[in-house]
Ligand binder design. Structure first.
Ligand code: BG6
Length: 284
């Protein structure tokens, strides 16, 4: 196993390599932006126009949306998806596990900037296990005297071979809120993406599967009742400075989330965790 720190355009990140995989985690945002299992193509989409700049969230990988998902409901002028993805986290520990995987832990605590927009004492901890599967756990502990509400997400960008050829299984019959028109619908059959999609699903099962030509990717979500599915499609991809025009064809976001009507209340001294377990199976 090897672990080292590197810099890219002013962003410090950790590079982990072990018998199973290689991964990279930026300290800004505790942002896992690369994970590649040996013998497979990279699991996470990272655009060739992704910007690595202090204060800007990286487009791709697994941004952490916290302590609110999407727009802040009380003040829409605040940063979309909260502050966690723009903050510098502390690298707490790294550990080689018995079976050869690597456990990395990072943490963010309340500071002047977070207090300005969200006046609570908290510890936010990210645990990433890099092995033959990828396990990401985000735990919030309330260190304040008063309870707080959270919406949040592991905003995972998956690499896909082409948007026209993938199918997403596990959502049939599931109610979803369509963020594009504000209406609720029921998913009829497996999900095929052939237009802009920005939806909060409330799935019955904890697993969602991307059927791709090269592999299947299974996402198991715990500690949540919502799964966000997002693809910006043609016009929005063109409008984004950090996505190439064709970028939308190669990515799909499946986001393990407490979002929409899935709001979590964390009591003083209480904690809440959400977890994404991601497994891949090569087809050829
Ligand atoms: C998704 C939201 O989770 O993230 C979309 O549902 C949003 O509405 C997308 O456009 C990307 O957000 P951002 O802030 O990273 O551009």
């Amino acid at each position: 196993m090897s672990i080292e720190k590197r810099w890219e355009n002013g962003l410090e990140y950790i590079v982990i390599e072990n018998a199973f995989a290689e991964a990279k985690i930026a300290l800004q945002g505790a942002h896992l932006f690369y994970y590649q299992k040996k013998g497979e193509s990279p699991l996470l989409w990272l655009g060739d126009k992704a910007q690595f700049e202090p204060g800007k969230a990286i487009r791709g990988g697994v941004p952490i949306c916290f302590p609110w998902f999407g727009k802040n409901r009380a003040d829409v002028t605040l940063l979309q998806h909260g502050f966690a993805r723009n903050q510098l986290w502390e690298w707490v520990s790294s550990e080689e596990r018995e079976e050869g995987s690597t456990h990395i832990q990072l943490q963010l605590t309340a500071n002047e900037t977070t207090r300005k927009v969200w006046d609570y004492a908290f510890i936010l901890q990210l645990d990433v296990i890099i092995g033959s599967e990828l396990v990401i756990t985000l735990t919030t502990t309330n260190q304040d005297q008063k309870p707080f509400e959270l919406t949040q997400a592991l905003h995972t960008y998956f690499n896909i071979s082409d948007i026209d050829t993938i199918q997403i299984d596990g959502l049939d019959g599931t109610i979803y809120h369509n963020n594009l028109d504000g209406q609720e619908y029921s998913q009829d059959g497996d999900l095929i993406i052939n237009q802009e999609v920005d939806r909060i699903y409330y799935p019955h099962s904890d697993s969602t599967i991307i059927q791709d030509s090269e592999r299947t990717v299974t996402l198991i979500s715990e500690g949540v009742h919502a799964l966000v599915v997002w693809n910006p499609w043609i016009d929005k991809a063109k409008a984004m400075v950090d996505m190439s025009d064709e970028g939308y064809r190669k990515m799909i976001c499946l986001e393990t989330a407490n979002a929409g009507r899935d709001i979590v209340v964390v009591e003083p001294n209480g904690s809440h965790s959400l977890k994404a377990i991601i497994r891949t199976n090569l087809l050829k």
